[in-house]
Structures are given as structure tokens and as C-alpha cells.
Ligand binder design. Structure first.
Ligand SMILES: C[S@@+](CC[C@H](N)C(=O)[O-])C[C@H]1O[C@@H](n2cnc3c(N)ncnc32)[C@H](O)[C@@H]1O
Length: 270
């Protein structure tokens, strides 16, 4: 399916409304991403901490439905609608439209149409070697859209995304959860092989789930990915994101029972 133009003005306008109440644009966007990520993980305490930061006098004077918490929720609702309509990386488009991209980090995401073409050209549907599960990696994943596009063609693969920018890593974790992909998402530098944080998203027939890995799991993941274990992941080529390779020996998912996070987890009543 070809991605239509991603229109996200309504979402950007709501985030901007919050910003105009005296917050920086970066804080507003990061808090929105964190709220979604915490909601999907059912992590109520850090979720409430963020919401509480917006409960100042000016905000509480707003009419019902117009408080910052309401606007964050509505922005998430619209994000869901746009994703359903486009099957594309709306979150990354909001990030760019809202002016979050850093020139210094080269944060200009690949156009959806180009991602689709690259996925065709790199033929990620290629049969995996030795009947192992194929792994598709993007070591500079941005919002993860290359993985999402590859996921359309090969949804059963294991996806690995890495970005040194914390916000990009979180967006990719969210996107992999939204699009119900089995993935590891690493916040860390691909060149120096430093891993700061990581998330595991898992496919489920009820919708994707996401969980942040603990310190030991992050270390084990790094060992597996960098070859400290016996079956390191191997790239077929060095330059293209979204490449197919044999499955690394990655720690299995340890999602607790019942940790099913649907897109409806983020509601306005919290
Ligand atoms: C041009 S964007 C591409 C994003 C995505 N692959 C796409 O096609 O839309 C490059 C991304 O690489 C990240 N990046 C730059 N240097 C990196 C490094 N050494 N390790 C990990 N990520 C890096 C940036 O933060 C940015 O999000």
C-alpha cells in the first residue's frame, strides 16, 4: 500500500496550544511521547508525575477538555486516527512538523515513498538463511519508519532499531508497539556501541506491547548484538537501513502475563 501524504496539522496545533502556556516545545513533545510510552506500559507513577507538572493555575482555569492533559490525550487520539488512515509513521511526521529535528544529528527522516521504494529494492522478503527468523535492523532509525515499512512486507521478522537520540529511540519503540512488530529498540550510539536504554516490543493478536528492559537485559542485548555471544548478528551490507540478516541470539521476551497494551491505554481520565 502506498502512503498518502501525512497530514498532522491538528496534532501539531494541540501540542502548540500546550506550549503557549509557558512550556518549551521540546518539553511538550517529549512529555507527550513519555505519556504514551508510560501509558502503554501501565506505569502509572511516572505518568502521573508528568500530568501533575501541567496542573498549574493557568491550566486549571481552562475549560474542561482544554486542559493540557486533555490536549495530550486528544493529540494521541488523533495520532491513532491518522495512523489507522495512513498505515504510516505519523509520529515521525509530527516530530518534524513540530520542529523537533536536529540538523546537528542529521535528523531528517526518509520520505515514506522513498522508504517504500528502498524496501522494494532491498528485497527484505528474501528467504532467511538456514530457516532462521530474519532480522531487520536500522542502526540510525530516527522515528523507525524504515522498520515500519519493512514490517508491512515482512511482519514476522524480528526488528532492531537503534538511535543515539533518546526521543528518536522512544518514538521507534512506540511505533513498533503501535504497528505490532516484534522489536528491540536501543537508545545508544551505533558507532561507539554504547547502549543507554532499550525497549522490547512484542507482537500480539490483541495489539502490540512494549516494555523497557532492565539494566541486566540491556547488557545481555548488547552482548548479543555486538558478538560477545557466540551467534552475533551479521549485516549483509553496511550502508542500507532495513537490511535482512540472520537472527541474533537475543534474550527472549520476558513480558509479564497480561501486559497487553492496546492503543486505547492512553485515555483522558487518568
Ligand atoms: C537521517 S536520520 C534517518 C532516520 C531513519 N533511518 C529514516 O530513514 O528515516 C538519521 C538518524 O540517525 C541518528 N544518528 C546519528 N548518528 C548516530 C549514531 N552514531 N548512532 C545512532 N544513531 C545515530 C540521528 O539521531 C537520526 O535520528
Amino acid at each position: 500500500m502506498s502512503s498518502p501524504q501525512i497530514e498532522c496539522d491538528g496534532i501539531v496545533a494541540m501540542l502548540d496550544q500546550i506550549r503557549q502556556r509557558g512550556h518549551s516545545d521540546h518539553t511538550v513533545f517529549e512529555d507527550w511521547v513519555d505519556l504514551m510510552l508510560y501509558a502503554l506500559q501501565r506505569r502509572d507513577d511516572p505518568y502521573r508525575d508528568i500530568v501533575d507538572r501541567y496542573r498549574d493555575r493557568a491550566d486549571m482555569d481552562q475549560p474542561d477538555g482544554q486542559r493540557s492533559g486533555d490536549l495530550f490525550s486528544k493529540a494521541f487520539g488523533q495520532l491513532q486516527d491518522r495512523m489507522a488512515a495512513t498505515d504510516a509513521d505519523v509520529l515521525g511526521s509530527v516530530y518534524e512538523e513540530y520542529g523537533m529535528g536536529s540538523d546537528a544529528f542529521g535528523q531528517h527522516f526518509t520520505l515514506h515513498s522513498v522508504c517504500e521504494m528502498l524496501v522494494e529494492l532491498t528485497d527484505v522478503v528474501d528467504e532467511s538463511r538456514d530457516n532462521q527468523r530474519p532480522t531487520i535492523t536500522d542502526p540510525a532509525c530516527g522515528s523507525g519508519r524504515m522498520l515500519l515499512m519493512a514490517g508491512r512486507k515482512q511482519p514476522e521478522a524480528l526488528f532492531v532499531g537503534q538511535d543515539k537520540d533518546p526521543l528518536c529511540a522512544k518514538m521507534t519503540a512506540l511505533n513498533c508497539c503501535f504497528f505490532n512488530l516484534d522489536a528491540y529498540v536501543i537508545q545508544g550510539d551505533s558507532l561507539t556501541v554504547e547502549y543507554q536504554r532499550a525497549w522490547r516490543t512484542s507482537f500480539s493478536s490483541l495489539g502490540g506491547t512494549v516494555r523497557e528492559l532492565d539494566e541486566d537485559e540491556v547488557a545481555a542485548l548488547r552482548d548479543a548484538m555486538t558478538g560477545a555471544e557466540e551467534t552475533p548478528p551479521r549485516s549483509d551490507t553496511d550502508d542500507a537501513a532495513g537490511q535482512s540478516e540472520s537472527s541474533p541470539s537475543i534474550p527472549p521476551s520476558t513480558l509479564p502475563d497480561g501486559e497487553q497494551a492496546s492503543l486505547l491505554a492512553f485515555d483522558g481520565d487518568r
